[in-house]
Design a protein. Structure first.
Ligand code: ATP
Ligand code: MG
Length: 457
């Protein structure tokens, strides 16, 4: 028996007052049965969307005020905001005719909760709890599967995956999120329905990929994708990294290395951009790989190729320009080789190239890369000498960008330089000079250097 939160009981009483049933369904039930907190509440009811709207609109003032939004009225769904929490309320449904593999052709209302549960994807997602009492309706033994940590399709896996191509991806992402295994027959159906998955909108695929990279162990999802052909279908650039062996301290091929790096970022709770950068930081290696006579492979300037490929991949899945920009930049900058005899000017150039805001992310990416090279955590202090140097330069507030120069374009105009591109050229040369010698960053010095540049001295 599940403990039903008070708020759900109160909602159920509103349904009951109109003679209608209400059930908690979907992820909330599954997550409560897994002993986890539910993160969003889906309800199923035999009331029509119009009836639900009327029930909740007609009552409530002040803190009890309810807002009803017809979020998916075509699919029988309205969202009710009750005491500040959103509830998705959907009329019992059946679905028939998935012609395009993406959208049910026709959505028809169903008479019973059992019928509604039979259209759901996995048994663990097809358990309902009748409100307010808490009676469990479990026609497909979802509770047993949750207990045994197994993902299994409701009914025929071939039919389920053939109807809706997103389900195969949902399957591997749930495996990644919960660490559940996938039932044999369910797993075997995925390779046979790849053409249906191919038709799913890029944004919906991206949301699933994000949930895999956002999980505690993304490699679980990606390895299942590889095993079932989903990886080749969605991310062929990553799939071809299998068996691309590496030299030196590397213990893994490029695919396992990439997955381990992504796992390390996930395990440490690092931001999404770092996880994506870790996943794609070496995908250019199969392209640039060359071998010498003795078979030793090198991957010259692979970071450039990896960044370019990552840009293609992320654009294909319609990631925002902001995400694409960050991930590509992190990949481009992941190959720095700090040695103690870097001059302060070299450290300053490094900071400018990476950008102060990106430094923490680049360090994280390097940690993930180092972990995935040896398969064990790098010495915690391996980047500290560089970080110390960087911090010292930053604390010194030495000039690092054009805006930090002691003079501006206007000063140059006052000196007689004509407004135009030449101004930018001079300012950049002055910045170069200041990077080499920060002491030069006074108005007097810079005007003098600019004057010499203009007079050709
Ligand atoms: P999450 O934790 O990601 O929210 P969820 O299982 O709640 O997982 P939702 O997309 O919120 O996923 O969907 C709610 C419920 O609707 C699911 O539990 C499942 O019963 C059903 N469902 C969602 N998507 C599909 C689908 N593509 N095919 C069949 N049933 C689905
Ligand atoms: Mg949900």
């Amino acid at each position: 028996m599940l403990v039903i939160p008070r708020i759900l009981k109160d909602i159920a009483l509103i349904f009951a007052a109109s003679g209608r049933q209400s059930f908690l369904v979907g992820g909330a039930v599954r997550d409560m049965l897994r002993g986890e907190k539910a993160h969003d509440f889906d309800l199923a009811t035999n009331a029509t969307p119009e009836e639900v709207t009327a029930m909740f609109r007609s009552q409530g003032r002040g803190a009890e005020r309810r807002t009803v939004i017809p979020t998916g009225i075509k699919h029988g769904t309205v969202t009710v905001y009750f005491r500040g929490i959103a509830f998705e309320i959907t009329t019992f449904r059946t679905e028939t005719g998935y012609c395009d593999g993406r959208h049910p052709e026709k959505v028809a209302y169903a008479a019973t909760i059992e019928e509604d549960l039979s259209r759901r994807d996995f048994t663990m997602n097809a358990v309902a709890v009748e409100l307010p009492k808490g009676r469990i309706v479990d026609p497909f033994n979802g509770r047993a599967d949750i207990q045994n940590r197994v993902i299994r399709c409701v009914g025929s896996p071939l039919e389920r995956f053939g109807e809706d191509g997103l389900r195969a991806l949902r399957c591997v992402r749930f495996a990644s999120q919960f660490g559940f295994s996938v039932d044999k027959e369910t797993l075997a159906a995925i390779p046979q329905t790849l053409s249906t998955t191919a038709k799913v909108a890029a944004e919906r695929k991206r949301d699933e990929l994000d949930k895999i990279t956002g999980s505690g162990k993304p490699s679980t999802g990606f390895l299942l994708m590889e095993q079932t052909g989903l990886l080749k279908e969605l991310l062929p650039e990553l799939a071809v990294c299998r068996n691309v062996e590496q030299k030196g301290r590397h213990c893994f091929d490029v695919l396992d290395h990439s997955l381990l790096a992504c796992d390390y970022a996930a395990k440490n709770g690092w931001p999404h951009e770092v996880r994506l950068a870790a996943l794609f930081h070496d995908i250019g290696k199969p392209v640039v790989c060359t071998a010498d006579e003795s078979g030793v492979r090198t991957f010259y300037r692979h970071e450039r190729e990896s960044a370019a490929l990552a840009k293609n991949v992320l654009s294909r899945f319609r990631y925002s320009n902001a995400v694409i920009g960050s991930v590509v930049h992190l990949i481009e900058e992941h190959m720095f080789h700090y040695v103690e005899n870097w001059s302060d000017a070299a450290v300053r150039r490094f900071i400018i190239r990476v950008g102060e805001a990106y430094l923490p992310h680049v360090y994280k990416l390097r940690h993930a890369d180092a972990f995935a090279t040896a398969g064990e955590p790098p010495r915690p202090d391996f980047l500290i000498p560089l970080m110390d140097r960087v911090n010292r330069v930053l604390e010194g507030k030495k000039a690092l960008s054009l805006k930090d120069l002691a003079i501006s374009g206007n000063d140059l105009i006052a000196l007689g330089v004509k407004p135009g591109p030449r101004l930018g050229v001079i300012l950049n040369e002055l910045l170069e000079a200041v990077l080499d010698d920060p002491e030069l960053n006074t108005k007097e010095n810079l005007l003098e250097i600019a004057g010499k540049m203009e007079n050709g001295a």
